[in-house]
Write a protein that binds this ligand. Structure first.
Ligand code: NAP
Length: 494
């Protein structure tokens, strides 16, 4: 069996396998590259959008960036010397994924604008149907469908009455003029904070509707100089070292959030508090921006300029609750009508949808709707009992807020590759996690989640319907160890 980082080895007399990869985002591109490298070239990538990049295709809002440093938010096999900044803009990240796909020759394997709507297991194979009516029969499905891609539209009275332009942050309408407009933003998550910094100098008036204040971690975003880029280009070892150093640094954050009593989390809390105290000069505004929960309880926000932007004379923080939306703008509980030309709903996503609404039917007619009737679950986020040869990348309860998601997907793919190898060598024809393995792991995960910062008194998209963080509550070392090789007893083979 190959190690997690090795490609699936070529094997003489091996069973030919056909694959469907669902999604051409970061983890779908990764899967296509890795299968190709392993000589497993009989696959199609199905992508519902008209372009690749997943979240980096859908999100095009002003100020979009990734708050994982670019030299870490890169495939380990495709480090780039050309990143413009420590945290590069979204457009550059999308171009990076396009370049990786092109360089690895996988563009032609992607069916764009073809959403898989049904996926049924029968006679040992998966039968796929797309919205366009295309059918495909495959041996293995890799669901690389992403996490934050179903917009959460708020239920606010009168929302359809607004006469101006209104859209969700992930559906930015670039035909709407922003310069000189009166723009309102609902929400104070990572998206809204990036928007505020990018828009304040362009608009006539910016109104930020805050339901819950956020802790903001200060972070510079310097540009890489031409000399630095030249060195990265000339010295792959320096580029690799930069990636590894950042991973090490990120490890501190990853350890902080899983232990709410750690020195690391105290450091983060202190940095956020100092940022608020030192950056916001008006005491009233400062108090309205001060959260009533601990830093990093919600997804920690990193920003070089949010406090500066919200203190601009044309910016306004509204903390009165929204009563209704009217033709002219947003009416708050104190009776004020905030008149607007554009209203941006930076109200987040349904983080528990995963590959739904795709209709998935596993062994013996068991549906995903049955399996996830309570809430989404999968053994190690990868395999669902009764759904053989169906593997997920960045599935439920994984490390969505802990490490670089690219690194997570790479390690998960290494694990999946080892399961695929068993199919290919004919050792078995069907493989999926057992109910017992999933139940035991879930019990341990729920117990460990009680130590994390996410349960210290806030609401967030990390929490499931029980208030339990739907994420990885252990260290990176443990994650890497788990991903190094599947435990044979955790799987059912036929
Ligand atoms: P989010 O973190 O879920 O924030 C949604 C915001 O909308 C919250 O402030 C929420 O308020 C508010 N909201 C929702 N419904 C509302 C309503 N009916 N009335 C008033 N306010 C309402 O969403 P997001 O900012 O899009 O970020 C989602 C995730 O995407 C992030 O946590 C992060 O993981 C990822 N992201 C990453 C980056 C990056 O740089 N890597 C950038 C953007 C996004 P409450 O807090 O009161 O619920």
């Amino acid at each position: 069996m190959p190690a997690a980082s090795e490609p699936v080895a070529a094997h003489s007399g091996a069973r030919p396998l056909r694959f469907a990869i669902i999604g051409a985002g970061m983890s779908g591109i990764l899967s296509a590259v890795k299968l190709t490298e392993a000589g497993l070239t009989d696959f199609t990538v199905y992508e519902k959008n008209l372009g690749l990049g997943g979240t980096w295709h859908e999100n095009t809002y002003p100020g979009l960036a990734c708050d994982v440093p670019s030299h870490l938010y890169s495939y380990s096999f495709a480090l780039s010397p050309d990143w413009s900044r420590r945290f590069s803009p979204g457009e550059e990240i999308r171009a990076y994924f396009e370049a990786v796909a092109r360089d690895h020759g996988i563009d032609d394997c992607i069916r764009f604008g073809d959403e898989v709507v049904r996926c049924e297991f029968g006679n040992g194979r998966w039968h796929l149907e797309t919205a366009a009516g295309h059918h495909d029969d495959v041996d293995v499905v890799i669901a690389a469908t992403g996490v934050l891609h179903h917009p959460n539209y708020p239920h606010i009275d009168g929302i359809d009455d607004f006469a101006g332009a209104m859209f969700h942050s992930s559906r930015w309408d670039h035909s709407v003029p922003i310069d000189g407009a009166r723009v309102g933003i609902i929400g104070t998550g990572s998206t809204a904070v990036q928007l505020v910094g990018a828009l304040v100098d362009r608009v006539e008036h910016l109104t930020l509707f805050q339901r819950t204040a956020q802790w903001i971690m200060p972070q510079d975003n310097p540009a890489y100089t031409d000399e630095q880029k030249a060195e990265y280009r000339a010295r792959p070892d320096v580029l690799e070292q930069s990636h590894d150093n950042l991973r090490e640094m990120f490890g501190l954050f990853a350890n902080a959030i899983i232990d709410s009593n750690s020195a690391e989390i105290a450091f983060i809390e202190n940095a956020c508090r100092t940022n608020l105290e030192e950056s916001v000069h008006d005491p009233d505004l400062r108090e309205r921006l001060r959260p009533e929960y601990r830093a990093a309880c919600k997804r920690l926000i990193i920003s070089p300029n949010f406090y500066e932007a919200i203190q601009q004379p044309n910016a306004e923080l509204v903390t009165e609750s929204i009563e209704r939306i009217e033709e002219q703008g947003v009416r708050t509980g104190d009776g004020t009508l905030h008149e607007l030309d554009v209203l941006v709903l930076a109200t987040g996503f349904h983080a528990d949808a995963f590959m739904r609404p795709m209709h998935v039917i596993g062994r013996d007619g068991r549906t995903l709707a049955d399996a996830w009737a309570d809430r989404p679950n999968a053994y190690l986020s990868i395999s669902i009992p009764d759904f053989p040869n169906f593997f997920m990348l960045n599935g439920p309860n994984g490390p969505v807020g802990n490490f670089s998601l690219i690194e997570v997907a790479e390690l998960q793919f290494g694990y999946i590759a080892q399961l695929i190898e068993r199919l290919r060598t004919g050792e078995c024809t069907e493989i999926n996690a057992t109910h017992d393995a999933m139940t035991r792991l879930e019990a341990a995960r729920v117990a460990a989640a009680q130590n994390t910062i996410w349960v210290t008194g806030c609401t967030s998209w990390y929490l499931d319907d029980r208030g339990i963080p739907a994420t990885w509550p252990w260290s990176f070392a443990r994650f890497r160890e788990e991903m190094s090789a599947p435990k044979p007893e955790a799987f059912e083979y036929r």
